[in-house]
Design a protein around this ligand. Sequence first.
Ligand code: ZN
Length: 118
Amino acid sequence: MAIKNSVSDTVARAWFDRYKKEMTSSEYDKYVSDFKKDTIVYRASWKTAETPNEPMPDGIEVQLNGASDKVDSKICVLCNKEFTGWGNNPEPLSNVGVCCKTCNNEKVIPKRMEELDV
Ligand SMILES: [Zn+2]
C-alpha cells in the first residue's frame, strides 16, 4: 500500500476552496474521492486544544490530532530544503505545503506575531 500524503486541515480547506472554483464538478468529485483514499488530514500543528475544529467540506475528516510524524520526508515550501519529522504550517507565508522547523521559528512565527500586532 502506498504511503499516504498528509496535510493539515487548514491547507486542505484552502485546496478544496480553490479546486471547487477551478474544476468542473465531475473533476472535483474525482479529486475528492482520490483525496479521501490517499490523504490523511491532521489538525494544523499550530492549533491549540482550545482552537475549534472548523468543519471540513465534502465529508473530509480530520484524522489526526497534531501534525503527522508518519511521513518520512517533506520539502519545505519556504526554503525548498528537505526535512524529516513534523512539518509546520507555513501560513500566512504560504497556504500550501509545510515548512521546516527553522523557517517556522525564523519566518512564520515572527510574521504571525507581526500580524497580531496591527
Ligand atoms: Zn525551511
